[in-house]
Design a protein around this ligand. Structure first.
Ligand code: C2E
Ligand code: MG
Ligand code: MG
Length: 379
């Protein structure tokens, strides 16, 4: 941090300001670059300088930098708004993949307004407990039986279902990830517990968990209590994390939480593996039980170029490491056959069943387990 601070100081002119805001966040007030082109050029120089590798003790370190730029003066913009605009631009730079700069402008301003409105609506929806979980069945390939259900967050806003991709990230940005996760988990466990009490065997319940949840002090304890309240054995719970969780700065804390979950009897699945930046060593340094092949790799099985090369490689990798492997997004019999051939042990996708609200999922499971004597594949 001190080295970066020194580099920043060298970059700004007399009368400019370089400050550290918090953690690894710095701010510059720079007089001068007035046009968008000049501002972009300045940001380019800034990134190039800050990125230069530095020596930290015995090792070399290449900092990764994201930059948000807000011009001033701007209409209706005071100091507070200026910082807010720069923050929005910084967030956008991170969202676009980091290591770049983003200039605050009309499009971003409109996006900020839209997101603020959606965040307010989400907050109200959560207060009314309108965020629910859909349950999607997973199938064992060996005998066609139900392996478990994955809980997927669902929000019906003004009569339309908002895709989780739109509101989960939003919830994370505005600090709602933790209560949202709890609400999803609560409705998922209620539905799952009801299936158990109805004498059905729903297998395991997989829940997606975000970084903020794993970092909360009481996460494991509140999970344990929720499971007990719904009469669900911890051994039935599978926690799904994505690679981004394992890339978080607080990885030591997260590792402890994952170990505590394991000690409780829960299993751990690595979601969307291969779509992010995790390294293979993450699979061995964390107590991972299951690898989930992302639906983009499943889709590629039927495509000309890839022909399932990545899916096949991931299955081999998982099996080589002694992990269970499940493929997501399986939509066609040819994908399933390919997966069977290459040693995948389970699938999830529209071919077997879609995500369903709790009542529907229970009725579906009853048909699977009682209606037909044995499991069948729903097309
Ligand atoms: P995911 O955990 O990888 O979930 C699988 C996604 O694939 C779900 O999308 C599911 O509806 C979709 N899907 C299932 N079968 C098929 C298929 O055959 N074809 C295709 N094209 N898609 C299929 P969904 O529900 O939109 O969720 C998207 C992502 O949002 C999830 O990806 C997960 O990362 C996140 N998410 C969902 N619920 C939660 C939650 O409660 N907490 C957190 N932290 N994240 C969640
Ligand atoms: Mg998942
Ligand atoms: Mg996935």
């Amino acid at each position: 941090l001190r080295l970066i601070g020194r580099r920043l100081q060298r970059l700004v002119g007399p009368g400019d300001t370089a400050a550290r805001l918090s953690g690894d966040e710095f701010a510059l007030i720079v007089h001068g670059p007035a046009t968008a082109a000049a501002q972009a050029a300045f940001a380019g120089r800034l990134l190039a300088r800050l990125r230069r590798p530095m020596r930290l003790g015995a090792s070399r370190y290449a900092p990764s930098i994201s930059v948000g730029i807000a011009p001033f003066p701007a209409a209706g913009c005071g100091p507070r708004e200026l910082l807010g605009n720069a923050d929005a631009a910084l967030l956008e730079a991170k969202r676009q993949g980091r290591g770049r700069h983003v200039l605050f402008g009309a499009a971003l301003a409109e996006q900020v307004v839209r997101r603020t409105r959606l965040a307010d609506a989400l907050r109200r929806a959560m207060a009314r407990r309108e965020i629910v979980a859909a349950l999607q069945p997973q199938q064992r390939l060996a005998d066609g039986s139900v392996l478990g259900f994955e809980a997927l967050a669902r929000w019906s806003h003004e009569g339309v279902w908002v895709p989780p991709a739109d509101f989960i990230a939003l919830a994370e940005d505005v600090g709602l990830a933790q209560p949202l996760g709890l609400q999803v988990m609560e409705t998922a466990m209620a539905g799952f517990g009801a299936m158990l009490r109805a004498g059905l065997d729903p297998g395991h319940l997989a829940v997606n968990v975000s970084t903020a949840q794993l970092l909360a002090d009481d996460f494991v304890e509140s999970l344990r209590r929720a499971l007990a309240r719904h009469g669900i054995d911890p051994g039935r719970l599978e926690v799904e994390v994505t690679e981004t969780v394992l890339l978080d700065r607080s990885i030591a804390r997260i590792g402890q939480t994952l170990e505590a979950l394991r000690a409780l009897g829960c299993s751990l699945a690595m979601d969307d593996f291969g779509t992010g930046y995790a390294s293979l060593s993450h699979l061995t340094s964390f107590p991972v039980d299951r690898l989930k092949v992302d639906k983009s790799f499943t889709r590629a099985i039927d495509s000309e170029g890839d022909k399932g090369l990545i899916a096949r490689t991931l299955i081999q990798l998982g099996r080589g490491l002694g992990l269970e492997v499940i493929a997501e997004g399986v939509e066609t019999p040819s994908q399933r056959d390919f997966l069977v051939t290459h040693g995948c042990t389970a699938i999830q996708g529209y071919l077997f069943a879609r995500p369903m609200l709790a009542g529907e999922a229970a009725a579906w499971l009853r048909r699977q387990q009682h209606g037909h004597g044995q499991a069948r594949v729903a097309g």
